[in-house]
Design a protein around this ligand. Structure first.
Ligand code: SF4
Length: 672
């Protein structure tokens, strides 16, 4: 117990100290220090002013009414002879308190509305988003006046009115922030692990949007202060005998031509306090690297515009669960046929993945190679059901362990994928939630799917970390992701996949962000996991050499489709598709002549929105013929399982008049 507590404290310390350092850095800037001091003074005044000056502020002296500024009354007296300066000081508490109450309502309501699309289905989410968009289009003060009429005249009505009027801007901000976090790999990992929407929101999204929300709430409080003063000035806010700065402004207006100072004093207080909140919020936002999205708290025009599209159809949850038949000898772990992913485009639907078909057997390692934009990662996301609206996944067949991933609800698939499917992402830095300890994130899977207690799940997490060779696993399980090195984070990610009993690991460029030595360790680990547990591996990489070393079969993708499916040991010398050979030729080896330019593939990959008719590779292909530009070749099997989509498969280029063809053809010829 003692050890655990000590470890927790040691793990939390660096995180806390980093946050403290950031805030201290803000306070060391001239603007940050000035705004911080001003805000502290305003808050201190709100606390002590009513205690010190209430008597003087409320003392009526009919012999001293409407007096100008004097040594006794610094900014004069009101119509009942009360000291205006004392009243302005005393009004600080009510003015600030009401502004903070209204801001709290705006933040809570905004957070609920902003996060609702993550919890609701597609239709419900769209409805909420549309409502927020409409509300944001109205000026904040206009909304406040509308709600003031709805909630009635008085202090409570005004607080509610300003809170409700500020909510749309915070809702938009929350939506934007939450959508940004929902894009991150650790959220995808949690969803693959089967963590439900509500838990994803509470554990992974909210902790990561807290800081920017607090900063914007500070700025919003300045706006709420001004809005409240406006309502009180119009007689819709604080009512006599209570008074805030807006009310004092209204009282002083009648004598503004006789004693302007008495009327201006509450106005100056409003400006100073509003500036204190705004400047402090802006300074903190700049210091911690945020773009403030609310401006004055009621300025929705500055809010970042991004649509929230992270939901799946809630109705799918109602469908009866498909059974998980588990791995069976001879049956493929993954069976994909005619998989396509379509997005709406300006000139019609765009299909970045087109008719992909392949199977992976138990314990088999299959690599997927291709240039950026060839559809490799999107294919993996489609298999893991991580393509969100407006993307649409269609397939003739998409079966994992015999279960149909195209039918059945979210919950069913979460259960199946959470226990039998593991995904390793490219960037180990974004694969884990930075606000949660590694052990807890691993344990979440076991708690969710295996019904383990918190303690037992953590023990399994430690065991899994040990199995992926994380040193001092027990101590490391209590640490945060930033305390892990890149390679160790990637190993922990693999460990997370092993919390269940995976039959397939999809590794999407798992070594790209790592240095060469660590790359080797991660690849060795994947190979060891495969060998020990007979787990199938789908390794996505742009590195042909890596895939050739680790895998038994290689799928080569170009322009969203598989153009060759060949044995890995034939990749280097036996590839039949011109694109595969060009990819291999572009990999430098120890024999490369450094005096010669390295071979490259001429031209650029195809834009999915502008697929040419015929073979998509034709504009870059040294073997392209008239038939190639007219007809798209099918992926034909030669009877051994080797599949190629090319009209001239296996032919070697003669020296043709194709731009950029000569260097590649020459390189291919030399290697052959
Ligand atoms: S079909 Fe024609 S253009 Fe396409 S890869 Fe084969 S030879 Fe080249």
């Amino acid at each position: 117990m003692t050890t655990s507590t000590t470890l927790d404290a040691s793990a939390v310390a660096p995180r806390r100290s980093a946050a403290r350092a950031r805030w201290l850095a803000v306070l060391r800037t001239p603007v940050g220090a000035g705004a911080g001091l001003l805000l502290a003074l305003v808050l201190l005044l709100a606390l002590v002013a009513p205690l010190l000056w209430s008597g003087e502020a409320d003392r009526i002296d009919t012999s001293d009414v409407l007096q100008g500024a004097s040594a006794e009354h610094w900014v004069g007296t009101d119509a009942l002879g009360r000291d205006v300066f004392a009243r302005v000081l005393v009004a600080t508490r009510l003015s600030i308190g009401l502004a903070l109450a209204a801001t709290s309502i705006a933040v809570v309501l905004g957070l609920l509305l902003g996060c609702a699309p993550l919890l609701l289905g597609r239709r419900g989410g769209r409805l909420v988003t549309a409502g927020v968009n409409i509300a944001v289009a109205f000026p904040g003060l206009l909304l406040a006046l509308f709600f003031a009429v709805v909630f009635g005249v008085g202090m409570t009505g005004a607080v509610l009115a300003i809170g409700f009027a500020g909510a749309p801007a915070f809702a938009r901000l929350s939506q934007t922030l939450a959508a940004g976090i929902a894009d991150r790999d650790f959220v995808s990992a949690a969803r693959i692990a089967g963590v439900g929407r509500f838990r994803v929101l509470v554990r992974h999204v909210l902790p990561n949007i807290g800081e920017p929300l607090v900063v914007n709430a500070t700025i919003g409080a300045g706006g709420a202060l001004l809005a409240f003063a406006g309502l009180s000035f119009l007689g819709l806010g604080v009512q006599a005998p209570s008074y805030d700065w807006g009310r004092l402004l209204q009282d002083g207006l009648s004598g503004i031509y006789i004693h302007p100072v008495a009327a201006l004093a509450p106005g100056v207080a409003i400006v100073v306090a509003g500036l204190a909140f705004n400047l402090f919020g802006e300074a903190v936002a700049k210091g911690i690297g945020l773009t403030t999205a609310l401006g004055g708290g009621f300025a929705p025009g500055r809010a970042l515009r991004r649509e929230e599209t992270r939901r799946r159809a809630a109705a799918a949850d109602q469908t009866p669960p498909a059974t998980d038949p588990g791995p069976e000898p001879g049956r493929p772990v993954l069976d994909v046929q005619d998989l396509s992913v379509t997005f709406p485009g300006a000139a019609g639907p765009v299909r970045p993945v087109r008719g992909v078909s392949f199977r992976i057997g138990r314990g088999e390692a299959v690599g997927v190679v291709g240039e950026s934009g060839s559809g490799k990662s999107l294919t993996a996301l489609a298999i893991a059901r991580l393509v969100e609206q407006p993307g649409e996944v269609t397939a003739g067949r998409l079966r994992f362990q015999g279960a149909d991933l195209l039918s059945g609800g979210d919950r069913t698939h979460r259960r199946l994928l959470g226990t039998s499917f593991a995904m390793v992402f490219q960037d180990p830095m974004t694969s884990f939630n930075p606000t949660r300890r590694i052990g807890r994130q691993l344990a979440e899977v076991a708690q969710e799917h295996q019904g383990m207690s918190r303690r037992a799940a953590l023990a399994r997490a430690v065991d899994r970390l040990r199995s992926v060779r994380v040193p001092a696993a027990e101590r490391r399980a209590h640490q945060y992701p930033h305390e892990f090195s890149g390679g160790m984070r990637q190993r922990a990610m693999i460990g997370m996949g092993l919390m269940g009993e995976p039959s397939l690991i999809v590794a999407d460029e798992p070594t790209t962000a790592l240095d060469v030595t660590v790359q080797r360790q991660v690849l060795d680990l994947l190979a060891a996991v495969r060998a020990e547990d007979d787990v199938a591996l789908l390794l996505i990489s742009h590195d042909v050499a890596v895939v050739g070393q680790v895998c038994e079969r290689v799928l080569v993708m170009y322009a969203g489709r598989v153009v060759e499916d060949l044995p890995a040991d034939r990749l280097r010398t036996g590839a039949r598709h011109p694109y595969t050979r060009a990819l291999v030729a572009a990999v430098p080896d120890m024999d490369v002549d450094l005096d010669q330019p390295l071979p490259v593939i001429p031209g650029r990959p195809v834009d999915p929105a502008h697929q040419p008719p015929g073979c998509a590779y034709a504009p870059r292909c040294p073997l392209a013929s008239a038939r190639c530009t007219d007809e798209d070749p099918a992926l034909a099997d030669d009877g051994t399982g080797w599949r190629v989509a090319c009209w001239h498969a296996g032919e070697v280029a003669a020296d043709r008049d194709v731009p950029g063809a000569a260097p590649v053809a020459l390189a291919l010829g030399e290697r052959a």
